[in-house]
Write a protein that binds this ligand. Structure first.
Ligand code: NAP
Length: 290
């Protein structure tokens, strides 16, 4: 049981964590701070936080657990803002979708206090953002990836495992590097392709008419294109090296298919489609990630 959660970033992810922690009876009080006072005020009026803090530093004051749930580009400034009140006993976590840049920012900003920080990425979310969409069930039954480094204190890693497990998550540990490589391929690239596809269609004169004819396959394929632009701008720039590597691989595969189509090479085309179809049929999402 924690005495006080210091929540920095009272949006979808942070608000959902606060609600889940409260519902599980794991925290007595939530003190929250967001960039706009109106967001912090809304979080309090919705019962997501109990007390509004006027700064990130004051949200951390007196907290034994801190969650940083801001856009990844704001993480380093947040670490700098709170570093004077970080204690060796405190558990600090984030929820950022990229991990190498967050860990580098923590190394630069937290320095000798970095042991209190356990980097975390919940594989949960929605296409909508904002505290009004905060949901105490958001994390239940989902995967959470922790990417501790050699300097992360073991007791904090265990606390992080315990708290996410208590919220019904399946906890997995990996290095920040392997996290970013994997998610460039299975999350960041699919978003990039979905954004490019929507722009490619809507950029045509008849784009609107084409869209009016689209069916369930198109709906499923493009669901993630409705994601938050600010968040995805940050993720793509933060993980640019891995994302561009994956994008090049994808382009090579696209070109191979295009060549077969332009040559009318039906057998080769069928074989490549067959490979993809078989790989998709063999893949099943871990039930913890629904
Ligand atoms: P969100 O609903 O927009 O919430 C972000 C919150 O951070 C907002 O309340 C915003 O306040 C606040 N904020 C922005 N800059 C800040 C700063 N410098 N200091 C303090 N607060 C600041 O976004 P979200 O979906 O919760 O995303 C938060 C993090 O979760 C991101 O790092 C994202 O990568 C990660 N994530 C998201 C998902 C998803 O599906 N949404 C999934 C996994 C991980 P204002 O309202 O005042 O701007």
């Amino acid at each position: 049981m924690f005495e006080q959660l210091g929540l920095i970033g009272c949006g979808l992810m942070g608000g959902s964590f606060a609600l889940a922690l409260k519902r599980a009876g794991l925290v007595k009080r939530v003190v929250g701070y967001s960039k706009s006072p109106s967001t912090t005020e809304r979080a309090r009026s919705l019962g997501v936080i109990d007390v509004e803090a006027p700064s990130a530093l004051l949200a951390v004051s007196g907290a034994d657990i801190v969650l940083i749930a801001v856009p990844v580009s704001a993480t380093e400034a947040t670490f700098k803002a709170i570093k004077h009140l970080v204690t060796p006993q405190m558990l600090i976590m984030d929820v950022g979708s990229t991990k190498r840049d967050v860990v580098d920012a923590a190394r630069r900003a937290l320095r000798e206090q970095i042991g209190s920080f356990v980097p975390a990425h919940p594989i949960a979310g929605k296409e909508v953002s904002g505290v009004e969409h905060a949901d105490p069930d958001l994390y239940s039954g989902k995967q959470i990836i922790l990417t501790p480094i050699e300097r992360t204190h073991a007791p904090q890693v265990q606390q992080a495992i315990d708290v996410w497990s208590a919220l019904g998550c399946n906890v997995l540990k990996m290095t920040p590097e392997s996290h970013d490589a994997a998610f460039a391929s299975v999350s960041h690239l699919p978003h990039l392709i979905a954004f490019a596809l929507m722009n490619s269609i809507t950029g045509q004169n008849q784009g609107k008419d084409f869209l009016s004819l689209a069916g369930p396959g198109f709906r499923d394929f493009t669901r993630i294109a409705a994601s938050d632009p600010h968040m995805w701008r940050d993720i793509m720039i933060s993980n640019r090296e891995e994302l561009l590597t994956q994008s090049k691989l994808f382009q090579r595969n696209l070109q191979a298919l295009e060549l077969m189509i332009s040559n009318g090479n039906a057998d080769a085309l069928e074989e490549l489609i067959g490979q993809a179809s078989q790989a998709r049929a063999n893949w099943s999402m871990n039930k913890n990630r629904r």
